[in-house]
Write a protein that binds this ligand. Structure first.
Ligand code: SF4
Length: 363
């Protein structure tokens, strides 16, 4: 629903807020799974408009944050190799590893190139004599772009290009969260960007197997509020359905992107910060693309997952605590001096809570 007039927008948001209060007779806990939703809720001051009975918790929806500590350490070890260039998105630079980060290695002279797209990493390889390793992180949203460059590298025989594939799949982690009785979730605000790619079908199990209402919403204030209203309606009526309130999402997602994923990747277990190894939650390159797999080509190994001392990012990502419950929040950890990834990333819960806490209602 697009309303351009500010007064009309305020009135409609207020109407949805009152409707939500009316519908939430019983306590209800909803998880927003997407980091963009976490930030959008704060930025638009929506927490202040939620009824006390509705508890909104943040989940593992920030791709930088869920990258496991062992994976960060492996990336730092690659950056130290003089025979290659590590190409990474800027958000990954400041994520602390054990004793170092990509930013620190870069400051010491490591060849770490900051790129804004997978295509840029491939372009870098075309003009370089060194091996270029693309640090591929993110969910189903960014994985198709990685698949496209791997397929293109194979077609055009760019032999000095490879990918450290750390991509993660969202439905398996949601299965884990849905079955966690301690979390006692009553519904999900589904990740909009991921749903654009994979559609609604991969989320049906949430309603069918776990009885959890699940709604895809857009990122504007009215879209988020309308999504929450739909969740509250279902909860009140004892219904559970998976529905989209985001016009960009169709039942089957984006067919071209899904084809690319199927062409280049197999699914495999993957490591998630704070959540451990989850079956089927990662993408690995198919055997036919093995020569572009940096893990195989360069013998990458993953050590122990030892998070920064005192950091509770794992519990934040699992929805077990809010960022303010971390003893380091705002004391030794802030966006200028982040201790953990949730304070580094622009989509991290800790950074969102820190930056918007004055205007938002913390639960
Ligand atoms: S406040 Fe900092 S140390 Fe605490 S969980 Fe968040 S990122 Fe980690």
């Amino acid at each position: 629903m697009a309303i351009s007039d500010a007064k009309a927008l305020r009135e409609e948001t207020g109407r949805l807020s009152r409707l939500l209060a009316h519908l939430c007779e019983r306590p209800m806990t909803v998880m927003e799974v997407c980091g963009t939703h976490t930030v959008a809720v704060f930025r638009q001051g929506l927490r202040a408009l939620l009824p006390p009975a509705l508890r909104l918790v943040s989940g593992p929806g920030c791709p930088v944050c869920v990258t496991d500590q062992a994976e960060i350490d492996a990336a730092v070890a690659l950056a130290r190799r003089a025979d290659l260039t590590l190409a990474t998105y800027g958000d990954m630079l400041r994520v602390p590893g054990q004793g170092s980060s990509l930013a620190e290695e870069r400051a010491r002279g490591a060849d770490v190139a900051v790129i804004t797209s997978a295509a840029q990493a491939l372009a870098l390889a075309r003009t370089s004599r060194k091996t270029v390793v693309f640090l591929a992180v993110g969910f189903e949203t960014t994985a198709p772009a990685t698949a496209a460059v791997v397929a293109e590298a194979a077609r055009s025989k760019v032999e000095n290009f490879s990918v450290l594939c750390l991509h993660k799949r969202v439905p398996p982690v949601m299965k884990l969260l849905a079955s966690d009785r301690d979390l006692a979730l009553d519904g999900f605000l589904l990740p909009g960007h991921v749903a654009v790619i994979i559609g609604l079908e991969p989320f049906r199990f949430l309603a069918e197997d776990y009885g959890l209402p699940s709604v895809v919403a857009g990122f504007e204030a009215l879209e988020i509020m309308a999504g929450l209203v739909e969740l509250a309606r279902q909860h009140r009526a004892g219904r559970s359905e998976v529905v989209s309130r985001y016009p960009a999402v169709g039942p089957d997602g984006n067919a071209k992107a899904r084809r690319l994923l199927e062409e280049v990747f197999d699914t495999a277990p993957a490591l998630w910060r704070g959540l451990g190894r989850i079956d089927g939650s990662g993408f690995v390159l198919k055997k036919s693309f093995a020569s572009f797999d940096a893990a195989q080509r360069l013998g990458v190994t993953y050590g122990a997952s030892t998070p920064p001392e005192g950091c509770r990012c794992g519990d934040v990502l699992a929805g077990k605590i809010t960022p303010t419950a971390c003893p380091l929040f705002g004391r030794t950890c802030n966006p200028s001096r982040p201790v953990g990834p949730c304070m580094v990333s622009s989509e991290g819960s800790c950074s969102a809570y820190y930056l918007f806490r004055k205007g938002g209602h913390l639960s």
